[in-house]
Structures are given as C-alpha cells and as structure tokens.
Design a protein around this ligand. Structure first.
Ligand SMILES: [Zn+2]
Length: 139
C-alpha cells in the first residue's frame, strides 16, 4: 500500500515520492478483507460503534492504569508523537492533566502541524512543530 502511494524503501528507510506527489488512494486489490465476514478491514478507531474493547483491550487498559499509578510520583515523560484532535480525550487531554498534576511529570509534543501546549504546563513541556521523522534523525 505504501509503495502504491509512490513511496520507495531504500536501505530500509521510507523515501517520499521523487515527484513529491502522494497518490492518497489504495488499489482495491490491496485492501485486506475479514476472513469471517468478508468485509474490508478498517482501523480500530473510536469513530463509531465498531470500536473493539475486548478482554485484551481491558487487560491492557488496566496495565496502563497500574503503570501510571505506580510511577506518578517519579520522573515521568508523556511523549506524544503525532497525536491530533480527532479524539483528544484519549491521549492528549489526559497527558496534559497528568503533566499538570504529577509533580515530576514532563510533556513532549511532536506534531508537524498541531504542536501545542496549554499555558498551565508550558514550563514542564517541549513542543516541536516539526516532521517526527526529521526530529528523530537529529537525536
Ligand atoms: Zn468480519
């Protein structure tokens, strides 16, 4: 699918299309279908009633909550990579709230177009309005 967009993979790295044009369509033959019902696969997003919260999801949510509770008094970094505003109540707002309420928490936001931090936690934050791939190369 990535290659059909015009990208190339060179030396294990994804390269943007040489002509700069990303096709933004996927050939029908590359769409995966569910082996049970035959419907096209889709991402598990909180966009409608199809979001899956099964036993595995709930167990993971409990592990995450326990990790947060066990570490909230320690130095903790909330690293947000490319999180937008589709469902800010899932990642972004909790990260802001925990950064604000946990004494040693720090918030890092990398987002090419939507890097933002509220005034309340600005002194405990770094925001980069940059391409994540370019920033990670600079580390
Ligand atoms: Zn199905």
């Amino acid at each position: 699918m990535v290659l059909s967009q015009g990208f190339q993979i060179k030396d294990g790295e994804l390269q943007k299309p040489e002509n700069g044009e990303i096709k933004l369509t996927v050939p029908t033959g590359l769409i995966p279908y569910c082996p049970h019902c035959g419907k096209p696969m889709s991402m598990n997003l909180r966009s409608d009633q199809t979001f899956v919260e099964d036993d595995g999801w709930h167990q993971a949510a409990e592990r995450y909550e326990k990790f947060i509770q066990d570490h909230k008094k320690q130095k903790i970094v909330f690293l947000e990579l490319g999180v937008g505003y589709n469902t800010p109540g899932i990642i972004k707002y909790p990260f802001w709230q925990m950064t604000n309420s946990f004494q040693h928490a720090f918030y890092v936001c990398l987002n090419q177009r939507e890097a933002y931090v509220p005034e309340e936690i600005r002194r405990k934050s770094v925001c980069m309005n940059e391409d994540i791939g370019e920033v990670l190369k600079e580390l």
